[in-house]
Design a protein around this ligand. Sequence first.
Ligand SMILES: [Zn+2]
Length: 352
Amino acid sequence: MMTRDEIRALAAFQADETEGACALSFYFQPDPPQDRSHRREAIVAKDVVKQALKSAVAQGKNGPLHADLDRVLEVATNLHGHARGKAVFACSAHNLWKEFDLPPRLGTTRIYLQSQFQLKPLAALLGAQPDLSVALVDRQRARFFDLRLDDLRENQAIVHMLSRSGASYGYHGYEGGHAERRVAEEALQHFKRVIGRFSADVASVSYEEIRDRANSVLNSWIVERGRTKASEALNLAKANGRGVTGLRRVLQALETGEVQSLFLNENYSAHAVACSNCGHLDAHMIPTCVACGKPTRELADVSDAIIPIAIRRDIELFYLKDHAELDRAGNIAALLRFRSDQNRTGQIATAS
Ligand SMILES: [Zn+2]
């Protein structure tokens, strides 16, 4: 199971390029279920890795990167008929190898060789993903599961909590419907909020079915929540409140720690510069940093710098499809926790 700490560690990783180290990120997007017999994606995966090996050799990179690519090729070779998505992060120069099974929503099968791990496919997948619990309830029992990405585990701890609470239910006879409601009510007390429901046979439902049904409820919830919150951010930005739009203002808000949620058009990409000394990001292509005066370097896509920041700081990240208002506002917006430029009076009042 992929933990938040692991994701944060990946986001913070920086390969020592002076030593020839390279951060390898590999994503495998499986074929859709109806095409799985063709095994097209598994073949693509092998080709992608072989191609990367070829160009590594051509560039004289025969050391640790070659070893990593060999190992990824082995993984790719075993992906025939693999129904889940897969991600590998490797940098043997830093003794790092991480392999994860993920939901099959990673976009495309690709390999990235950079100084930092490429986390966009991962961020799109889990940026707004809450820890989810699934309660299956009928009149006789309640079963509980934790779902984190594609990893579904039955949680016995809550069942024990429920039985220790000493509630006795009328399991038999005409009291049945009432009992089911009581089991459900008590079960739901353990959760912050309910985001959706589905029907299933509690006794016979398979793990696979629970995971698929819960994932589909979760996905609709994330899409809806992203759209609603983006509109909220855009309206607040217009009112000069807790929202900002456009790259320049979003980068400023990131640096002042104001950002709570970040909204990007699905295919968002923009040039920017990053200070090689203090890390300051600037939407203007300036040669020297406004914060410390040191030289900047050009970023082909500012998302590569924004995404690790969002992951490290637990900023909720939404990729949106077809959001006309967001398009008009520069394809990027943020909802803020506070506004540093409007908070001064409040801070003084607290201090006095
Ligand atoms: Zn600087």
